[in-house]
Design a protein around this ligand. Structure first.
Ligand code: A3P
Length: 315
């Protein structure tokens, strides 16, 4: 206990010395650590994780910036990996949002509510590549990453933020701040580029997905995902339509209409308690058109162009 407390104090001292976002005056201030912005509570967990988490070589990380399609990717990965453990009606995804089926490293590990499922090796995280615990690289863990058009992502983030006791900015200001990199786990483009580069260097280790591609060609990516996760569909399963069943089970339509996702509460009683329904808003590509003025669009497109310049990557 005392040891844990001293550690916490040590972390708080580090955090107090980091650059912070002066425009926010609350406990939800953002702190800049190794090029990325975090809430202080997240950073405490990150430091704890970096010191104490030991990855298994068979662990597979589902990595994503917030609001990029995490809930969907976790649902698909979980459904793929557990397809022989449950029948069509008993899958835990019908009774819990996917964030409760797959632990989230920087919240669950540090809070002690982390139990490793020896059969299911999936772990979720929003951490940038540079903040992942070193053992992930030492053990050569596989990583699946998803990202999304920054315009749709910031729209999603704007709506999501309203559900928390976080500082609220107008949409216009949210976009400006996002372009400055001031969003949790931002700058968004840096987050994406780090993983993208690693996926280029080590394609056998990192599967890099885009939300838009997944929406357009869901079945194709479900099959690719199953292969990457080491659980490819057999010919027999393909003939039985198992990939289609997983696609339908994890569709926005199906998941968002489940009772648990309409009325259930995630992290109930904690400071970040939130209704499961907050993870299901529209689930569409291009909703940014309903939110952006021409000026805002030019600003974010210019930022994207500047950030991606010379990288070879495009959204
Ligand atoms: P919108 O706000 O644009 O609707 P995350 O899971 O990373 O928090 O991302 C949330 C975004 O993914 C939200 O986008 C949400 O609606 C969308 N989403 C959630 N479940 C989905 C699903 N099964 N299929 C497609 N999109 C989904």
């Amino acid at each position: 206990e005392e040891h844990a407390f001293q550690k916490l104090q040590k972390y708080q001292e580090i955090i107090a010395n980091l650059p912070k976002d002066e425009s926010i005056d609350s406990e939800w201030n953002l702190h800049l650590y190794q090029g990325f912005w975090y809430f202080s509570t997240t950073l405490e967990n990150v430091f704890y994780l970096q010191e104490n988490f030991n990855a298994d070589p068979t662990d597979i990380l589902i990595c994503s910036p917030p609001k990029s399609g995490t809930t969907w990717l976790k649902s698909l990965s979980f459904a793929i990996m557990t397809r022989n453990r449950f029948d069509e009606s008993s899958n835990p995804l019908f009774k819990a949002v996917s964030h409760e089926c797959i632990p989230h490293l920087e919240s669950d590990f540090a809070s002690g509510s982390f139990s490793r499922d020896q059969e299911l090796k999936l772990l979720g995280t929003h951490l940038p590549l540079n903040a992942l615990p070193k053992s992930v690289f030492i053990e050569n863990c596989k990583i699946v990453y998803i990202c999304r058009d920054p315009k749709d992502l910031v729209v999603s983030m704007f709506h999501f933020a309203k559900k928390f006791p976080w500082p609220i900015f107008s949409f216009e200001r949210t976009v400006e701040r996002f372009c400055e990199g001031r969003s949790y786990y931002g700058p968004y483009w840096d987050h994406v580029l780090e993983y993208w580069k690693m996926s280029q260097e080590k394609p056998e280790n990192v599967m890099f997905l885009k939300y838009e591609d997944m929406k357009e060609n869901t079945l194709f990516y479900i099959k690719k995902l199953a292969e990457f996760l080491g659980e490819p569909f057999s010919q027999e399963e393909e003939m039985e339509g198992v990939p289609e069943k997983i696609m339908n089970m994890c569709s926005f339509e199906n998941l968002s209409n489940l009772e648990v996702n309409k009325t259930g509460i995630h992290r109930e009683g904690s400071a970040v308690e939130i209704g499961n329904n907050a993870f299901f808003r529209k689930g569409e590509v291009g909703d940014w058109k309903n939110h952006f003025t021409q000026k805002m669009k030019e600003k974010i497109d210019q930022t994207t162009q500047d950030k991606l310049h010379g990288s070879g990557f495009t959204f």
